[in-house]
Design a protein around this ligand. Structure first.
Ligand SMILES: Nc1ncnc2c1ncn2[C@@H]1O[C@H](COP(=O)(O)OP(=O)(O)OP(=O)(O)O)[C@@H](O)[C@H]1O
Ligand SMILES: Nc1ncnc2c1ncn2[C@@H]1O[C@H](COP(=O)(O)OP(=O)(O)OP(=O)(O)O)[C@@H](O)[C@H]1O
Ligand SMILES: [Mg+2]
Ligand SMILES: [Mg+2]
Lengths: 254, 254
């Protein structure tokens, strides 16, 4: 089963939204998703009503005290478990040069506790290419890259591509990735131009399914729910359902 | 004249877009804006066609070699000057604990060269509360906080508020701030609910002017232009013009 880093160094492209709704789709289909919030801003944890009062209950405790990851898993009203983040997690990003092994610690922790063997692990990354996000990329079997359908995100997607290719030389293996267009507004010519650009650039690495700009997707966090619970008949729910189907069928979640 | 940090630790809320279009509005009115790109992802620099080939031509050279900031200013086809960023700037964010004075170096550099005395300095921040963004906040006379009209941005705005209040105790003075709602979609009930929430929370710190969700704003980076040059008759141009007028009239740009 897969360990998937949901990564894009560009801000606001739908990483948290995609982690939330993909985990929900997996759970609805009887899969066993585990979410790991690796963003000190802890937005996914907040939606899951799982933000710990102190960093002791967060993934920072793994880094600081070597607490086993399995001891940090909490259930959530969303219906699937999460290892929450905490603002103190930001200290990890300042630890470059404090030992090259920091980048491998997450991978080691997941392996030690057997995460990703029976179910899918989805790691929500912060919008920065630092120790945390690199740790997620190194820990993952594959990378899911949400890219919003706007020009500044196109620039960001090109950077992600270059970054992953550079990292491949470091890790010595192909880093499997899938780009997913988000916030696609079919009424805008820009959306279609960008779709063409992404198809040309990413080819088979671009998911067929795209996520429409849909108010239900934007609304669901306010009631601390995923889009399926919040608005099951919405376009947003349909689109995330279709994305799940495609990733499942193409073995991306294995 | 003002040194303004355009800051929000949440990603994708319109920091770069607001820096771009506010600088353009200031320049159009005969002001002398200077933009400083403090985001290693250098999106503003890219729109300005000013990304330097090596970090020698970027603000990283100030941090690494103490090159004077005035020597790093370049003109741009946008019509106003910029000190560009570079991916190597990310190294600065890993330098917490390498001396408390790192947070004051930008402020000192601006003062040394007299920036912000004759014109407005706008500092585009990255979506992280690290050394770079904190440096911008410490260097600035006031903070402009774009917040997009969606619930995850509401969470982010609350965090910004708490952060600025905490920093006030550190710097020993009130940190003047203005919140600006961006990506406001008047057709969505959510937008109006969020507007009410922000009014209640931020009161007089909330700008009256808000920036509508407008495709022209999203398109302008693709032709490396601001929205006034790209689509002068658009709603986006009108909204950024109105924001400029309000900030000017209320002395925020002084
Ligand atoms: N398809 C969509 N339709 C409408 N709104 C969306 C959609 N996808 C995301 N959003 C909204 O856009 C905003 C940014 O999304 P999100 O926070 O998931 O991005 P992110 O990449 O995790 O951001 P960050 O870089 O700050 O972590 C959120 O308010 C979210 O609700
Ligand atoms: N008012 C608007 N209408 C339409 N699109 C907008 C608007 N404001 C911003 N955008 C688009 O939203 C995306 C995010 O904006 P932008 O990159 O300026 O945010 P940011 O806060 O600087 O992001 P980051 O945190 O990654 O630096 C961009 O593609 C931009 O073109
Ligand atoms: Mg996020
Ligand atoms: Mg930006």
């Amino acid at each position: 089963m897969a360990r998937i880093a949901v990564f894009n160094q560009k801000g606001g492209v739908g990483k948290t939204t995609t982690t939330l709704n993909l985990a929900a789709a997996i759970a609805a289909r009887g899969g066993l998703p585990l979410a790991i919030d690796l963003d000190p801003q802890a937005h996914l944890s907040a939606i899951a009503r799982a933000v710990p009062r102190t960093s002791d209950g967060s993934i920072y405790a793994y880094y600081r005290d070597a607490r086993p990851l399995s001891s940090l898993v909490v259930d959530s009203p969303l219906g699937w478990p999460i290892i929450p983040a905490h603002i103190e997690l930001a200290k990890v990003d300042t630890q470059f040069g404090k030992g090259p092994n920091i980048l491998n610690r997450l991978r080691a922790g997941l392996a030690r506790d057997g995460f990703g063997e029976a179910g899918s692990v989805l790691i929500d990354c912060c919008p920065m290419l630092g120790v945390l996000s690199l740790s997620a990329i190194f820990a993952a079997d594959r990378i899911l890259v949400p890219v919003s359908a706007d020009y500044l995100a196109v620039k960001g997607a090109a950077q992600v591509d270059r970054t992953l290719n550079a990292l491949q030389r470091v890790v010595g293996r192909r880093i499997e990735r899938r780009y997913v267009i988000t916030r696609f507004d079919q009424r805008r010519k820009m959306s279609w131009d960008i779709l063409a650009t992404f198809k040309a650039r990413f080819g088979a690495d671009l998911a067929e399914s795209r996520i429409s700009e849909n108010v239900s997707i934007a609304e669901s966090p306010s009631s601390e729910r995923d889009v399926f619970a919040h608005a099951p008949a919405s376009r947003g729910a349909a689109d995330y359902g279709a994305l799940f189907e495609e990733l499942e069928a193409t073995g991306f979640l294995e």
